[in-house]
Design a protein around this ligand. Structure first.
Ligand SMILES: Cc1cc2nc3c(=O)[nH]c(=O)nc-3n(C[C@H](O)[C@H](O)[C@H](O)COP(=O)(O)O)c2cc1C
Length: 168
C-alpha cells in the first residue's frame, strides 16, 4: 500500500473481530513506532503488549472512552521510561509521533487501531501504572487497541481555511 493511501484510510476502529493478530504483525507495528523522530533522538518509548483477555478488559475500564478496548485481541500500553529521557519537555510529542507511525503501519497490514489517551492526566497515568505494575521510572502514555476490523472509510478533512500562506 502506498503511504498516501494508508494516511487516507486510517480511521479509529472501535469494534474488532475475535481473530487473533499475528505476533509478526504486532512486531511490525512496533518496528514502525521505533522509527519515529524524537527530541535529541531520545526514543523514550517502551511498549507493554497485552494479549490476556482479562487484563485487556481491566484496562478497558480506565475511563469512559476506553470501553472499545474490551473487544480488541491485542492492547498495547504505550510507555515512557524516564531513564531514557535526555530532555523532560518533549516526551509526549516523541511518543505521539511513534503512535502515528503505529497506526499507519497497522493500516498497511490490514489492521484497525484505536489510540486512547492516558497522559497527561495524572489520575489515568497512576491507574495504569498500578494496573500494569509498572516500575517507578516508567509512565503510561496511552492505550492502543489493535485488531482486525471492517475496512476503513476515507473522510476528506481538507480545509483550506486552516492554511495561512505567508502571513496570518
Ligand atoms: C490523544 C488522543 C486520545 C484519544 N482518546 C480516545 C479515547 O479515549 N477513546 C476513543 O474512542 N477514541 C480516542 N481517540 C480517537 C479520536 O476520537 C479520533 O481520532 C477522532 O475522533 C478522529 O477520528 P478518526 O481517528 O477515525 O479519524 C483519541 C485520539 C487521540 C489523538
Amino acid at each position: 500500500m502506498e503511504l498516501k493511501e494508508a494516511i487516507k484510510l486510517r480511521r479509529s476502529a472501535r469494534t474488532f473481530e475475535t481473530k487473533p493478530v499475528e505476533r509478526e504483525k504486532v512486531e511490525e507495528i512496533l518496528r514502525a513506532a521505533m522509527q519515529a523522530p524524537s527530541a535529541h533522538n531520545q526514543q523514550p518509548w517502551e511498549f507493554l503488549v497485552v494479549e490476556d483477555a482479562n487484563k485487556i478488559k481491566e484496562l478497558s475500564q480506565l475511563h469512559q472512552y476506553t470501553a472499545p478496548l474490551a473487544g480488541a485481541p491485542v492492547a498495547i500500553v504505550v510507555l515512557m521510561n524516564r531513564k531514557r529521557l535526555k530532555v523532560e519537555a518533549f516526551w509526549q510529542q516523541d511518543i505521539s509521533a511513534a503512535v502515528q507511525n503505529m497506526m499507519l503501519q497497522a493500516v498497511d497490514l490490514g489492521l484497525g487501531t484505536l489510540w486512547m489517551g492516558v497522559a497527561p492526566k495524572e489520575e489515568y497515568m497512576t491507574k495504569v501504572k498500578e494496573m500494569c505494575q509498572l516500575p517507578e521510572e516508567v509512565e503510561a502514555f496511552g492505550l492502543f487497541a489493535v485488531g482486525y476490523t471492517e475496512k476503513n472509510r476515507f473522510k476528506d478533512r481538507f480545509d483550506e481555511s486552516r492554511i495561512h500562506w505567508g502571513s496570518y
